[in-house]
Write a protein that binds this ligand. Structure first.
Ligand code: NAD
Ligand code: IPM
Ligand code: MN
Length: 367
């Protein structure tokens, strides 16, 4: 059996609590001989800043580069509000994405049947929902230059962020979206703001060409991103795969999270391009949610987004499809049994904490 190197980066706040549940599942797979993982743990975010003044150290960046996959918890929190911008906790996450060239972020929003009542939307709007947001992750306004605050000398300052996209960046994220659509509902909706932004005009043009030349079998629609946000809450089941830029993808995926009942439910996979020789791709798996400072340390965070991120890791990095299916079914079965963390609690269900939810999922996974 091949041994895979996993780097665990719990980070801050609830990232630490939810990663504990993932560790238990990884240990179980090792002990049972279901898989062979060699795990290391590193620091990222505020905890890394506290330890060595940087949001991720060179040593831990090296570990990330050398690992077969990274599991990431969450970073940030009010404790680090005052730290310099360059070393704020979030900078560690952005560096990992950029340096590992993880340009494709897959954010599936699935409404588990048992949770249709937990959404703030009507049951019929979300029941059976299964959409995938493909977010571009290493370009756009997150990384465009210039990015600065300049002093204008007259008591005024100017803050600048720059939205930049080049053809190849749009082509490659488009291909990821089209390929995935072929495995699902065969439909891609591309979202930008071509009515205002030059990068949106280019995005639309490139997506249209790639669709026509390489994926004429896949249905392609275009939507302005603001209207897309509205459509996501009006009738989300009209979508199959949504492909969009870094910033719109960030906003739209938080909206999509609420369709599933809670931000604590949404996993994600951040993938690089396959290596030309080995075919292997760099990858990091990260819940969509953050460190949730408002509930951190209380043992009540929902570990499902983190555990479902492990399932995505098994599926996308290691081709362990059966184990991934089994883990996702364990999540679903646990919800069917009526167990709920506070964020997804509804009448008649049993409220549990992070540990108990993680243990129940592991018990189902164990079979
Ligand atoms: P957040 O996602 O941390 O929390 C938003 C709300 O959702 C909070 O009320 C929180 O309690 C709830 N929530 C989130 N995850 C939950 C879970 N697993 N279980 C139960 N409830 C959950 O977003 P925020 O409050 O805007 O940001 C807090 C910090 O996290 C900031 O520093 C932000 O930059 C950072 N952040 C980090 C990541 C990441 O590391 N990937 C993602 C988003 C935000
Ligand atoms: C996310 C987060 C990050 C982002 C932050 C923490 C840098 O909100 O993963 O959705 O904006 O990409
Ligand atoms: Mn976000």
């Amino acid at each position: 059996m091949t041994t895979h190197k996993l780097l665990l980066l719990p980070g801050d706040g609830i990232g630490v609590e939810t990663m504990e549940e993932v560790k238990a599942i990884v240990s179980f797979m090792n002990e049972e001989g279901l898989a062979s993982f060699e795990t290391e743990e590193g620091l990222v975010g505020g905890s890394a800043y506290d330890a060595h003044g940087k949001a991720i150290s060179e040593e831990h960046m090296k570990l990330a580069t050398e690992s077969d996959a990274v599991l990431f918890g969450a970073v940030g929190g009010p404790k680090w509000d005052g730290v310099p911008y360059e070393v704020r906790p979030e900078a560690g996450l952005l560096r990992l994405r950029k340096d590992l060239a993880l340009f494709a972020n897959l954010r599936p929003a699935i409404c588990y049947p048992a949770l249709a009542a937990a959404s703030s939307l009507k049951h019929e709007v979300v029941e059976g929902l299964d959409i995938l947001i493909v977010r571009e992750l290493t370009g756009g306004v997150y990384f465009g230059e210039p990015k600065e605050i300049t002093d204008l000398g007259n008591g005024q300052k100017r803050g600048v962020d720059t939205q930049v996209y080049e053809t190849y960046e749009i082509e490659r994220i488009g291909r990821v979206a089209f390929e995935l659509a072929r495995t699902r509902g065969n439909k891609v909706t591309s979202m930008e703001k071509r009515n205002v932004m030059k990068s949106g005009v280019l995005w639309n043009e490139v997506m249209t060409r790639v669709g026509r030349e390489e994926y004429s079998d896949v249905k392609l629609d275009h939507m302005l991103a603001d209207s897309g946000g509205m459509q996501l809450v009006r009738w989300p089941k009209q979508f199959d795969v949504i492909v969009t830029d870094n910033l719109f993808g960030d906003l739209l995926s938080d909206i999509a999270a609420m369709l599933t009942g809670s931000l604590g439910m949404l996993p994600s996979a951040s993938l690089g391009a396959p290596d030309e020789r080995s075919g292997k791709r760099k990858a990091m798996y990260e819940p969509v949610h953050g460190s949730a400072p408002d509930i951190a340390g209380q043992g009540i965070a929902n570990p499902i987004a983190m555990i479902a991120s492990l399932a995505m890791c098994l599926r996308y990095s290691f081709g362990m499809v059966e184990l991934a299916d089994r883990l996702e079914k364990a999540i679903s079965d646990t919800l069917n049994d009526g167990l709920r963390t506070k964020d997804i609690m509804s009448e008649g269900a049993r409220e549990v904490g992070t540990r108990e939810m993680g243990a129940a999922i592991l018990a189902k996974f164990r079979g």
